[in-house]
Design a protein around this ligand. Structure first.
Ligand code: ATR
Length: 276
């Protein structure tokens, strides 16, 4: 008799999750890779007992998103080196009953840059936001040797905390505009612009047209910030790129397989986002 393949339970922890495309994407990839399993959204309002719960339900792995990328750490058994440095986890692997935390946002961000035609890395980069995703991006920017990073966040204390950990970061006040530098890239890492949130209150009117605008929000596909950049003929990177790339890495950590971003799943995701 043929042995039944293992059933894999996977999921995403966050709040809110109504905007997340991870379930549709990972369920599609499991199916395409002939894996038996199901990926579920876990919209939680606290993380109490999460370590025990994941083990009791024998999850193979999980993703972690807003607002738990940092607060999940104390509930895990081990943290990978990069995630530990960043103090942010977006992927959990259940390795023989031990919950290990990883961060695939760093690789997701870097792969999102792959289609850029030109990028003057000698000019500074402006990062907006200081949450878990922001730090993963700053970590990547330092790795690719960006010389100067400006960082602004509504809660300045969070930006200052990141500023202490990385060289070449200059903290500026929320929405401050009186700095002199031109930026090679402006990156929105906040939730602003996402469905259900106000738009990012930053105008690109006086921004150099060679500046690349990267918005990690993928829901809607084009945030008001991206739309303004396109209107100004600026190069843009939309959040869907980074989302798909980080997801590919997470899938690889769980199954050691490299899923494909094919036209069918792209269409499914884009349709779902547009209907929201
Ligand atoms: P993630 O781990 O995905 O980065 P997070 O840690 O909750 O999620 O961070 C969300 C980011 O969006 C933070 O920079 C947050 O700013 P604060 O640190 O001041 O909370 C930012 N953000 C969310 N809502 C915002 C709003 N209404 N105005 C300005 N910034 C906002």
């Amino acid at each position: 008799m043929r042995k039944k393949s293992k059933f894999h339970l996977l999921g995403i922890i966050g709040y809110p999750l109504r905007q997340s495309m991870s379930p549709i994407l990972h369920n599609y990839w499991m199916n395409k890779n002939s894996l038996n399993g199901y990926y579920v959204p876990l919209e939680l309002n606290n993380l109490k007992n999460i370590n025990k719960a994941i083990k009791a339900m024998n999850f193979t792995g999980l993703n972690v998103t807003i607002p738990y990328k940092k607060s999940i750490i104390k509930y895990l058994d081990k943290i990978d080196e990069d995630a530990e440095k960043l103090e942010a986890v977006n992927t959990i692997v259940n390795k023989k009953g031990k919950l290990i935390g990883y961060n695939t946002d760093t690789i997701g961000f870097q792969k999102g840059l792959k289609n850029l035609k030109k990028w003057n890395k000698n000019l500074p980069v402006l990062v907006i936001g200081a949450g878990g995703a922001a730090e993963a991006i700053i970590y990547s920017l330092c790795k690719i040797k960006i010389k100067k990073i400006y960082l602004m966040n509504r809660t300045i204390g969070k930006a200052k905390k990141i500023g202490l950990k990385y060289k070449n970061i200059k903290i500026i006040r929320w929405l401050e505009r009186d700095f002199v530098d031109d930026f090679s890239m402006i990156i929105n890492t906040t939730s602003l612009g996402m469905i259900g949130y106000p738009k990012l209150p930053i105008s690109l009117k006086e921004t150099n047209k060679d500046t690349i605008v990267y918005d990690i929000v993928y829901n809607p596909l084009k945030t008001p910030f991206i739309k303004e950049a396109e209107k100004n003929n600026m190069d843009t990177i939309k959040g869907l790129e980074m989302f798909l790339e980080q997801a590919k890495e997470s899938f690889g950590l769980w199954f050691n397989k490299h899923p494909k971003i094919d036209t069918q799943i792209l269409k499914l995701i884009k349709n779902k986002i547009e209907k929201q």
